[in-house]
Ligand binder design. Structure first.
Ligand code: MEV
Length: 286
């Protein structure tokens, strides 16, 4: 059985969303495919190698199998992953791996889980691996489309984005870095999160006005820098783009990953173009 699930781009509100603030997130046209077959033992194949249940090399898939086995007795399974989404890029590769694996397991083992249940298990897997998470990544990967969280308002994005990959990052490290800063300076951090909250709401209202969205991208990036999730390399790259009149911000956890901006016909150096995607996780024709 083969299932696929999309990656995502956080337009506004990363990190603040972990503390209940608003965020705008879109599924994107990069997908992860998971092929699942019943077998006598557990084998996981991906670009990181072939392992059994391995919480170091394949944490998301291993926790997905472990959590799925609470619903269906599972002696062995072979899982093969092929993904368009660069790992550690902030484009939702972990959630897409988890959701596509769970959806394929659900079909292969006739577990009868609903889309909502698959999303909920994927959210638990994310917490198993990361410790703290908002749940937006598994939600977007399961359901597709563009959403305002936590209000669950769906919207359409009328443009594409350029994305520049600036190196691998660890989401859990960045999330715990922000948590430490919040513990030390609770009022300062709450103030910044409230400002990010307003940015997400304003961007939702003005999503059809790219000029305003670009202003908000720039303000949100300054605040992400304030909470310590930018890097000197990202700051340099963004200031170089600004010299060409292009605005960009981090998407996802930061500390590396990707930066993005609205694509307006000119592809910046080393960038690729991604589109918002309506379709969530699905079973692929075999
Ligand atoms: C990671 O894609 C986004 C963060 O806001 C963490 C989360 O929402 O779970 C950094």
């Amino acid at each position: 059985m083969i299932a696929s699930a999309p990656g995502k781009i956080i337009l506004f509100g990363e990190h603040a969303v972990v503390y209940g603030k608003h965020a705008l997130v879109s599924a994107i046209n990069l997908r992860c495919k998971a092929e699942v077959k019943k077998s006598g033992e557990i084998r996981i194949h991906s670009k990181f190698g072939t392992t059994g249940l391995d919480f170091e090399v394949h944490p998301y898939i291993s926790f997905a199998i472990k959590r799925f086995s609470e619903f269906r007795d599972l002696k062995g399974v072979e899982v093969k992953i092929e993904s368009d989404i660069p790992p550690g890029s902030g484009l939702g590769s972990s959630a897409a791996v988890t959701v596509s694996t769970l959806m394929a397991l659900n079909e292969e083992f006739n577990a009868g889980l609903s889309r909502e249940e698959i999303c909920e298990i994927a959210r638990k897997v994310e917490i198993d691996v990361q410790g703290r998470a908002s749940g937006i990544d598994p939600f977007i990967s399961t359901f597709g489309g563009s959403w305002l969280f936590p209000d669950m308002e769906k919207f359409l994005v009328p443009y594409s984005f350029f994305v520049i990959y600036v190196g691998e990052k660890s989401t859990s490290e960045m999330v715990s870095k922000v948590a430490k800063l919040k513990e030390k300076y609770p009022e300062v951090m709450e103030g910044i999160f409230n400002a990010i909250d307003s940015i997400s709401i304003e961007a939702y209202r003005r999503i059809n006005d790219p000029k305003s969205v670009k202003d908000l991208i720039s303000i949100n990036q300054s605040l992400l820098r304030g909470i310590g999730v930018s890097t000197p390399e990202i700051d340099y790259l963004i200031s170089k783009l600004e010299e060409e009149g292009i605005v960009a911000k981090i998407t996802g956890a930061g500390g590396g990953g990707c930066i993005f901006g609205i694509y307006e016909g000119k592809i910046p150096k080393n960038a690729f173009i991604i589109k918002p995607e309506l379709e969530g996780a699905k079973i692929e024709d075999t």
